[in-house]
Design a protein around this ligand. Structure first.
Ligand SMILES: [Zn+2]
Length: 723
């Protein structure tokens, strides 16, 4: 890492601290000097802050040769890093282990882990030991076949050139605990982090016996996920995770456990969040993804994972993993700096701890290009830390993510799966909410209850195929008490395990949608003049994929289906008379509240093709229910606006992050296009505005309940602090 804070684009990064530059004004970060730049959130030990600006060197075996550990650690500390996550144990040991279940790094002559811990303690950094028990060396297989997982044919399961370990075998059940004992007895670690952590589906005789005893069936071999087996797998992994967490706490009560799998394969996030100390998720965006598990590109992935993590484990900043690598499998060439920095800014804006993961160590990179800019951003986040802690979203809108629908609906647990699944619908609506500038929370399906729901005026269910009975009843009651439920596509057609429902789960979900029909070549015809006006005078919205007709009487309806027209030769793209199909918008009253149903894939289509009318329609519907969004801007849609609120004893503070994703069209973000100044209006009683990244106060004007401010030129990220 380089100590210069000048980035390659020639923009001077902020120099003097906010505290210094604002002396005499009313901006006070409200942190003690000891805590400056550190989180004041705590868990078991009230004195120990959560890691907020971690860094993970993904060590190569040879990196330990002649490595200046002190220089590596002091350079990280100089750039605001507060926690190192370094290789410790598992199939390779990075310390002089006495256990034969680990292979000492053959290039190591001393004690790499011990040296890192000693240097980190001198610099006030936390250290988490990185573990990997998911795999083992192929050479060990002849002697220890019982350590490894096998497929239905009995062949060991490989990942890269290693064999995956079996969850019921001795590596997980005995040796991992011995490694924990050895590590935490000998090193004052602040926690352990398990890489590639999963219960691999294994067909060995031992696993067959365990599964047969637990659920009365063998390990399934079909391509569809089996709910009975998956639920067993979820619970078994969560129970095991709690067991290793307890073992860690037994040695060091203040140490913490984090676990990671890039797909969270076999995880129930609701159970796993309870079993760990810190919730973690992947938000890597290499230009080419992991070739073994390809996943779709997704601009707002980081925000999505942070919002999920904040509701799964409230009060603990989620940890997000961000790979430096440009192509996942060609780790040594790094992503462009602008891309990495905007992703880090997105995570920080939502309140996450973003952990950049670098293959190897900084001084030994063939491609050092983005290191300086990322280090400068980490350093800047240390300065901005008081504005990033304990923030919430000022909103009465919630979007529900349903793990059950993702596993047992059309997605079948595949993130790159079908267009008609829950995840693409969720992500499309997530993006449409951002693009319509409505702040929102994320809720987790299977956990909905009255105290949670009563915080919201609108709850959106995106193709929530697998609706639990308890969620359905809680939502029904909440609607009758005044809530507005917005449900799209095939919401509610199945129970939690994916079995089709023959009757609605609750009256508010009646009627069940009819059989899906193709909508390709069709339109939705707008009757409401106000919606036509919102869409600039258009009376049609284009439609594709599937439409699920609702057979309904006595409701207010609009957006009736025209077509679809099969003969798309231009001569035949006309229609005569008033014949229209079923409605694409159904509005019904229930008690004090109401439901809005959109029985088509508005989110999936927006996720696929960014159809511009869809966020306008969504924003128009939300405005009918909740009034205008509390934030407006003339910035283009490529600028992501994140509005947060911070409640302090001295009053509320509003924070507006502007993340500039403007880049060449139809291509991934490689280089940020600098924008001219933009205007932001926020509905709040604040009287002054500080541009925290640029590090100066901005002139603000008040217009009734709105405050208006103009930024300077917008590079990667700006943070408006309103007090
Ligand atoms: Zn097994």
């Amino acid at each position: 890492m380089c100590r210069s804070l000048r980035c390659k684009s020639g923009f001077d990064r902020p120099g003097p601290s906010f505290r210094a530059s604002c002396s005499g004004m009313n901006f006070h970060p409200h942190v003690s000097p000891q805590l400056k730049g550190k989180s004041d959130l705590t868990s078991l030990n009230p004195a120990k802050p959560w890691p907020r600006r971690p860094w993970q060197p993904l060590m190569r075996l040879t990196d330990v040769v002649n490595l200046d550990v002190e220089a590596m650690v002091s350079d990280a500390a100089a750039h605001g890093v507060d926690c190192l996550i370094v290789s410790a144990g598992g199939f390779t040991a990075w310390y002089p282990t006495q256990l034969s279940c680990q292979r000492r790094n053959p290039y190591m002559t001393g004690d790499f882990l011990g040296e890192v811990v000693a240097a980190a303690k001198r610099h006030g950094l936390q250290v988490y030991g990185r573990m990997d028990i998911s795999k083992g060396y192929v050479e060990w297989y002849q002697q220890h076949p019982d350590w490894y997982a096998v497929d239905a044919d009995g062949t060991p399961i490989r990942y890269w050139e290693l064999h995956e370990t079996c969850f019921t075998g001795p590596y997980f059940q005995e040796y991992n605990l011995q490694i924990i004992d050895e590590l935490l007895t000998n090193y004052p670690l602040d926690g352990l982090f398990y890489n590639f952590y999963l219960l691999q589906s294994c067909h060995c005789e031992r696993c067959q016996e365990v599964v047969q005893t637990a659920i009365g069936q063998r390990v399934p071999t079909g391509s569809r996920l089996d709910p009975t087996y998956e639920r067993w797998r979820h619970q078994a992994l969560a129970d095991y995770t709690a067991r290793i967490r307890n073992r860690i706490h037994h040695h060091r009560p203040e140490a913490r456990l984090m676990v990671y799998h890039h797909l969270q394969k076999g995880w129930d996030p609701r159970l796993m969040a309870d079993a760990v100390d810190i919730w973690t998720a992947q938000a890597s965006s290499p230009l080419l993804r992991n070739p073994l598990d390809p996943q779709p590109a997704w601009l707002y992935w980081i925000g999505e994972e942070v919002q999920k993590g904040q509701v799964l484990k409230p009060g603990v900043p989620p940890m997000l993993w961000l790979s430096y690598s440009e192509m996942f499998a060609s780790r040594r060439v790094l992503q462009p700096a602008d891309r990495l920095v905007t992703h880090i800014a997105q995570g920080a804006a939502y309140g996450a701890s973003v952990c950049p993961s670098l293959n190897g160590v900084p001084g030994r990179q063939e491609d050092p290009r983005p290191l300086q800019a990322v280090a400068a951003k980490q350093h800047e986040l240390e300065r901005l830390a008081p504005f990033l802690e304990k923030t919430t979203v000022p909103t009465r809108v919630a979007l529900v993510y349903s793990p059950d629908s993702f596993w047992f609906g059309p997605d079948q647990g595949e993130p790159g799966g079908r267009k008609h699944g829950h995840l693409p619908e969720f992500r499309g609506l997530y993006a449409a909410l951002i693009d319509s500038r409505y702040p929102f929370d994320v809720l987790i399906g299977g956990t909905l209850n009255a105290p949670t729901l009563q915080r919201y005026a609108v709850v959106i269910l995106p193709a929530l195929h697998c609706l639990t009975d308890a969620d359905a009843l809680a939502l029904d009651r909440w609607v009758r008490d005044g809530g507005c439920l917005m449900a799209t596509a095939d919401t509610g057609v199945a129970n939690a395990d994916g079995h089709p429902r023959t009757r609605p789960a609750a009256p508010v979900f009646a009627p069940l949608p009819g059989e899906a029909q193709s909508a390709t070549g069709g339109y939705l015809r707008i009757a409401d003049p106000a919606l036509r006006a919102a869409l600039g005078g258009s009376s049609l919205i284009a439609l594709e994929s599937a439409f699920l007709p609702l057979s309904i009487q006595g409701a207010h309806t609009d957006l009736c289906l025209l077509g679809p027209f099969r003969n798309n030769a231009p001569e035949f793209t006309f229609w005569e008379g008033g014949t229209v199909g079923p409605p694409g918008l159904v509005h019904q009253h229930f008690g004090q509240g109401h439901s809005i149903r959109l029985p088509w894939y508005i989110g999936g289509l927006y996720n696929t093709a960014a159809i511009p009318e869809y966020p306008v329609l969504l924003g128009w519907l939300l405005e009918q229910v909740t009034g205008p969004s509390p934030i407006m801007t003339n910035a283009p849609p490529s600028v992501q606006v994140v509005l947060r609120e911070q409640h302090r004893p001295s009053g509320t503070r509003w924070l507006v992050h502007l993340i500039n994703n403007t880049a060449a069209a139809e291509r991934p973000l490689l280089s940020t296009v600098v924008l001219p100044p933009v205007t932001v209006r926020v509905r709040c009683p604040a009287r002054r505005v500080y541009l925290a990244v640029a590090d100066h106060e901005a002139r603000a004007t008040r217009d009734g309940e709105w405050i208006s401010v103009r930024t300077g030129s917008l590079f990667q990220h700006e943070l408006l602090v309103l007090e």
